[in-house]
Design a protein around this ligand. Structure first.
Ligand code: TRP
Length: 458
């Protein structure tokens, strides 16, 4: 095996660092995927979208669309051993460089507000530990979600993220993932078992899991399942591409994609098994229908307050797990931007991570000062840009790439997976582009509505 990178043409770049172990890569990728999206967005969409019937549909979407799209990113990353811009230039030519820039801009923007939300999470964990949850969570959230309080925690979270990324792949990102991801899974698993014994848990499970086939026939649900699959798997902005660029040639990409996707689904499913029993045990189901980020920070703390001391312990664990999920996702967002700067400008990792991290933290101040701006940034980068990125990526690997993706997928692949490669290529060429295009049309409408709402509101 030859782990040396292909030259990006940007001068003498030192040999690229690789993951230390297979599990290092898998856990870092799962860390990227598991985040705020799993803990709240998923449960809510699943419950509204038909419960157990939705879960089945969601698994089908992951297998049919999520895994092939992830394989698009993984093949390009591992094949070139370059960050998105250089990778697209090498396999597509100059015309595809703008897509690389889109990835970098998306990562930059998402991290700028993701960090603000993560800051709220850290603050809630700290409050649970030291003073307990506020008695009026709605009013409290209003106080801490914007302004000086939000800025402090946002900056603290950015410092943490920069601190990990600047150290490098093995000693920074890989080590953090090896410690943090098992911790997160243990906490969520523990909470799910605890929730089993709550009075009224049964109603929560029923709401979450009751199969409702009628909902499935609704086009919105299909679209939501697709969008949620992409968002939750961190696809559409080169995060998986970048992580795969640190992989050696002998890994089985197919197996990694399956492992990552099902781990991500597993955590989302488990989180639902915590959220719904807690909410139903306390009769707070009305608040479930608000899908905004705020709901996570209002209705759940409301439940924890009513549970007394036990609620404080559980709440601390819950927000700690959420914070852990957020930081491992933030790492991958910053890594996309950082690795691009390292490759394109030949900067040292430490300088690149610190420099760009400070810039992102600065832009994030806009979201920390104004929650409406945060919503706008999410509508533009989190909804629209990710879908545009996913669409272009599927077109690129399906039709324009100057290399054979089937050959790259077969490299290091086990016999069992090899048989599926023609099917994967078929899905990439003929199924992904049209399906993502449909999602894109809706995303455009949603984003446009968000932009006009912001302008009218301010
Ligand atoms: N997957 C993350 C979550 O579930 C959010 C996310 C979307 C993301 N795209 C990303 C994280 C790209 C890192 C990189 O919360």
């Amino acid at each position: 095996m030859n782990p040396s990178p292909s030259s990006s043409g940007g001068g003498s770049v030192p040999a690229r660092e690789l993951w230390g172990t297979r599990w290092g890569f898998v856990l870092a990728a799962v860390g990227s995927a598991v985040g705020l999206g799993n803990m709240w967005r998923f449960s809510y969409i699943a419950a509204e979208g038909g419960g157990a019937a939705f879960l089945l549909l969601y698994i089908v979407m992951i297998a049919l669309l999520g895994i092939p799209l992830m394989l698009c990113e993984l093949t390009v990353g591992r094949r070139t051993h370059l960050s998105p811009i250089g990778a697209l230039r090498e396999l597509g030519g100059k015309g595809w460089v703008p897509l690389g820039f889109l990835f970098v801009v998306t990562g930059f923007l998402i991290l700028s507000y993701y960090s603000v939300i993560a800051g709220w999470t850290l603050r809630y964990a700290a409050e649970a530990a030291f003073i307990g949850f506020a008695p009026d969570p709605g009013a409290h959230f209003g106080e801490i979600s914007e302004g000086r309080a939000a800025i402090g925690w946002h900056l603290a979270f950015m410092v943490l993220t920069i601190g990990i990324v600047m150290v490098g792949i093995q000693k920074g990102i890989e080590r953090a993932a090896l410690i943090l991801m098992p911790t997160l899974v243990l906490i969520v698993l523990g909470l799910a078992v605890w929730a089993l014994f709550l009075e009224g848990a049964g109603e929560g499970y029923a709401f979450y899991l009751m199969p409702d086939l009628g909902e499935l026939m609704d086009g919105t649900v299909l679209r939501q399942a697709t969008a949620q699959a992409f968002f939750s798997l961190s696809l559409g902005m080169g995060a998986m591409l970048t992580f795969a660029s640190y992989l050696s040639r002998d890994t089985d990409l197919n197996q990694e994609a399956v492992t990552i996707s099902f781990a991500d689904f597993g955590v989302a499913f488990l989180a639902g098994l915590v959220v719904f029993p807690v909410i139903f045990a306390l009769g707070l189901q009305d608040s479930v229908t608000e899908s905004t980020v705020g709901a996570l920070f209002i209705s759940l703390p409301g439940a924890f307050v009513e549970m007394g001391t036990m609620g404080r312990v559980v709440g601390l664990l819950f927000f700690l797990a959420l914070g852990v999920g957020a930081i491992t996702s933030a790492i991958s967002l910053l890594e996309v931007v950082t690795s691009s700067i390292i490759d394109e400008l030949g900067m040292a990792r430490k300088n690149a991570a610190i420099g760009i991290g400070i810039l992102i933290a600065f832009v994030g101040l806009l979201s920390a000062r104004d929650i409406d701006f945060l919503g706008l940034a999410d509508a533009i980068a989190g909804d629209l840009f990710l879908v545009v990125g996913a669409f272009c990526m599927s077109l690129f690997v399906g039709w324009f790439i100057k290399a054979d993706p089937a050959e790259e997928l077969a490299r290091g692949a086990g016999e069992g997976f090899k048989r599926f490669i023609p099917l994967v290529i078929f899905l990439i060429r003929y199924v992904l582009p049209p399906v993502i295009l449909i999602v894109l049309v809706f995303a455009l409408q949603d984003t446009w509505a968000a932009i006009t709402a912001f302008i009218v509101g301010s």
